[in-house]
Design a protein around this ligand. Sequence first.
Ligand code: 11C
Length: 346
Amino acid sequence: KGLHIAVVGATGAVGQQMIRTLESRDLAISKITFLSSARSAGSKVQFKDNEYIVQEAKPESFEGVDIALFSAGGSVSKELAPEAVKRGAIVIDNTSAFRMDENIPLVVPEVNEYDLKNHNGIIANPNCSTIQMVVALEPVRQKYGLKKVIVSTYQAVSGAGAAAIQELKEQAQAILNGDSYEPSVLPVKSEPKHYQIAFNAIPQIDKFTENGFTYEEMKMINETKKIMHMPELQVAATCVRLPVETGHSESVYFEINSSGVSSSEIKELLKASPGIVLQDDPENQLYPMPAYSVGKNDVFVGRIRKDIDEDHGFHMWVVSDNLLKGAAWNSVQIAESLVKLGLVKN
Ligand code: 11C
């Protein structure tokens, strides 16, 4: 029989992309249920040719559900993911609630699909900026060994949700009109200070931790080590918000263990690797850009150069749609992997 899928957080920026992604793939779905917090319950969503009413997510909503895709915030996941599992569902959770729990696999199918075999009901989907980076680094790790990664990100406002997109648009318009606009969402809604994002760059994504890195930066550091099973990997991140609607970009410096490797060898390797589209032809000004990544599931890689001083060092530019490979598509891809591996018992 087909699958009963539930989407929790169906009205959010990621939930909407989950719905579009499920429509575009051919998972055998026999029933679909759309759930949300009480606040958004009652909204309507379209799936294929039918309209559905979004219901408030409650423990009993998960009776008979095979796979539940959660993207309604960490507190909803913490409360309801265990309830869904109790009722026999496999949860694919897009929040940070369970990512660093050692009993919960954190999965990017191109990198560690095999970790799905050890799931205990919940599978965590990594942070968007982590996902696109590890897809690009994994082939390098496998072939040449990986020692160190230093990443700077250029992240889109959609990562901070629908309110941040609205803030960017209204603020840009107000500034162009010569009107004033009081920022209230970015960099972090709950923080005391808010800054202009239009025509600006904000070097803060999420709150600061005690070591001076932000939570977003620590996610990139800790999640990368976990997904690659490399606690010894040296990783540092600086995460910056830009006035881009969708599509995160990253400047990634990495050091490999092998000597004498050329940039052409890295390019050939990445060109042949799953989930990656190589766009690297400086003579013809070909390189990835966020505006052209929107709506695509791939991770785009370009600007691959060998470091001038360090034989083991390379630079690359990695771009992907943060709502798709960074969230909705990676979650649906995990669901497809579970089916392929025979891990869904319905
Ligand atoms: C951003 N990466 O761009 C964040 C959004 O842990 O899933 C995703 C937060 C998360 O603001």
